[in-house]
Design a binder for this molecule. Structure first.
Ligand code: LAC
Length: 313
């Protein structure tokens, strides 16, 4: 069987750690790309990671490069390029700089890997994925964004810590944009099949939901010189896996919604089925009135961001 070819653009913390998780799970051959000014850095990280393969036991060819030739014909392209947040910055503060960066990456991918599924990770996520879709001209099913898997993982982690149970038994869903308005859905959260509302008082659950919303900023505040990367990279690798193995996982991802949820042509976090074709289905749930209102508020924030981006690029 031919191995999948996975390109990761941006060899910084998120990109290199995504390569690490993808290699460890033997998801395919990996090309790690960064800008020419980084010289040997992507090659050094790739070689270092490959030298771990006899120890960990994975067969993956991992290359680090500073131009796109080696990425040609990729099945999946992950875009992590862009500047990360510093303390005091919101994800939205990155808008102008990162819109230009991801736009030029999308131009390259369009030329070298026209059949790829693109997963965007750069922030502010919902606007960046819209930008990549616009510039690439790819069908919207083959462009999606990573956010919901990470945000849901944070929510699941905090619930497991609170309840003293395995994270594996916490199943949850989160919708909306990857920002302060994201919407963790208490109605879709269960612990070993038991609705979470039977295990936690409402007030405590709301505190945990708020911590999940602020999860990215909590890490930025601790690290001081950058933002989270282990969990964002693990989330991305899980999406790559569902695509290259055609697993059809049902995961929250930033997907293009037009009629779905009445969004009207924007990328926003919704539950999707992920397979070889990218977003193969968007699941439309019945939301409670308050969830509907919170989701709408989040969609409005995404629209505002995309509107602001249109004036900058
Ligand atoms: C976070 C950043 C990467 O949520 O968006 O940690």
């Amino acid at each position: 069987m031919r191995r999948a070819k996975i390109t990761i653009v941006g060899a910084g913390n998120v990109g290199a750690t995504t390569a690490h998780w993808c290699a460890a799970a033997e998801l395919g051959d990996i090309v790690l790309v960064d800008i020419p000014a980084t010289e040997g850095m992507p090659a050094g990280k790739a070689l270092d990671l490959m030298e771990a393969s006899p120890i960990v036991g994975f067969d993956s060819n991992i290359q680090g490069v500073t131009s796109y030739e080696a990425t040609e014909g990729s099945d999946v392209v992950v875009i992590t390029a862009g500047i990360p947040r510093k303390p005091g910055m919101s994800r939205d503060d990155l808008l102008a700089t990162n819109a230009k960066i991801v736009g030029s990456v999308a131009e390259q991918i369009k030329k070298t890997s026209p059949q790829a599924v693109i997963i965007v990770v750069s922030n502010p996520l919902d606007a960046m994925v819209q930008r990549v879709w616009q510039v690439s001209g790819f069908p919207h099913q083959r462009v999606l964004g990573q956010a919901g898997v990470l945000d849901t993982a944070r929510y699941r982690t905090f619930l497991a810590m609170e309840l003293g149970v395995s994270v594996e038994d916490i199943s949850a869903l989160l919708m909306g944009g990857h920002g302060d308005t994201m919407v963790p859905l208490a109605s879709c959260t269960s612990v070993g099949g038991i609705p979470v509302t039977q295990l936690l008082p409402e007030k405590r659950l709301q505190e945990i939901i708020q911590r999940a919303r602020d999860g990215g900023a909590e890490i930025v505040g601790l690290l001081k010189t950058g933002s989270a990367f282990y969990a964002p990279a693990a989330a991305t690798a899980q999406m790559v896996e569902s695509i290259v193995r055609d697993k059809k996982r049902l995961l929250p991802c930033a997907a293009y919604c037009d009629k779905e949820y009445g969004v009207g042509g924007y990328y926003v976090g919704v539950p999707v089925v992920l397979g070889t074709g990218g977003v193969e289905r968007i699941i439309e749930l019945k939301l409670t009135d308050s969830e509907k209102a919170a989701f709408q508020k989040s969609v409005d924030a995404v629209k505002g961001l995309v509107g602001a981006m249109a004036k900058l690029v």
